[in-house]
Design a protein around this ligand. Structure first.
Ligand SMILES: [Zn+2]
Length: 310
């Protein structure tokens, strides 16, 4: 009886282990943001499992760390981070506590997505965090240029191919398909944005320099006096004067900032406040990287047409 039970247990264990073997073949990917998770999904397809830590409607500089993040990192084969110190306020202790040697910075399963992209606002001279500036290593919101999204996807393809050489041609095929779809989408976006080349606007945080650079917009001021520093009365006054002088009619605000100051500025200057999503998941319908630009550009173009801005 005991022997039969033992055999039964072995059989049961065997059948439990079998399906796990194929799941274990998948690369377990953790991305810090939903943008990186989306790009990983494009390239990794069904050969990876991917989760993001931050949600797209959260300020990626200030994410509340949860114990579940440590568990996810503990089980990860690959961690993809935005880098440039975007996550410095919350990620490093989680990585340490995960006790997973693979995903430690410099480990075989750590990918800093910023290493192969175009970075704007690189500091010249000594790098400091003067006055609490949260962009000490150049602007970390680089994914808002689709060209940089393509570069990140390529870096992910190369990383996954190193980790799973047997699936390298699969990853290469997925990357090529994404590249093609992204290029087609870029033609569409360029067409939509063409009438607004050189348009001057103001944004709350410095989230949009790559977006502005790519689509020919001119960001002339920020609601924040410095990245990560809340609005001050003196800065707001100066900004309003500058906006009136230059006839600025649009203020872009990320969904996680208080609208009080932007609304006050809008009332004083006659500008329109637009809450624009900087990340996948920032709105329900933004379910992937290409849809992020579709959503933002459609919204921006509709608002600009309505306001008669040029
Ligand atoms: Zn920032």
């Amino acid at each position: 009886m005991l022997k039969i039970a033992a055999v039964g247990l072995v059989v049961a264990l065997g059948s439990m282990v079998a399906p796990r073997a194929s799941a274990a073949d998948k690369v377990n990917v953790v991305a810090t943001t939903e943008d990186l998770a989306s790009l990983a999904r494009e390239v990794g397809g069904d050969r990876i499992d991917v989760e993001s830590l931050a949600r797209g409607y959260q300020d990626p500089h200030f994410v509340e760390p949860k114990p579940s993040f440590i568990l996810k990192l503990n089980k990860a084969d690959l961690l993809i981070a935005v880098g440039r110190e975007l996550e410095i306020g919350w990620l490093p202790p989680l990585i340490t506590q995960s006790r997973n040697p693979k995903v430690q910075p410099g480990g075989a399963g750590y990918l800093d997505a910023s290493l192969t992209v175009k970075i704007l606002e690189l500091p010249t001279g000594q790098i400091t965090r003067a006055m609490g500036d949260v962009h000490p290593q150049g602007n970390p919101h680089y994914w808002l240029d689709p060209g940089n999204g393509r570069r990140v996807a390529l870096a992910i393809q190369q990383k996954l191919s190193q980790m799973r050489p047997a699936d390298a041609s699969y990853f290469a095929g997925r990357y090529a398909d994404f590249d093609k779809r992204l290029s087609a989408a870029e033609k569409r976006w360029d067409g939509q944005m063409a009438p607004f080349k050189g348009l001057k606007l103001v944004t709350y945080h410095r989230s949009w320099p790559n977006f502005a650079d790519r689509f020919g917009l001119d960001v002339v001021g920020y609601v924040e006096p410095r990245p990560g520093i809340p609005p001050s009365p003196s800065h707001t006054l100066e900004l309003m004067q500058e906006m009136k002088r230059q006839g600025i009619k649009v203020i872009l605000v990320e969904p996680y900032f208080d609208l009080k100051t932007p609304n006050a500025i809008a009332r004083d200057t006659g500008a329109t406040v637009l809450v624009m999503a900087p990340s996948v998941g920032g709105e329900k319908e933004i379910t992937d990287y290409i849809k992020l630009f579709d959503y933002d550009i459609n919204m921006l173009v509709a608002a600009l047409k309505q306001s008669g801005a040029k």
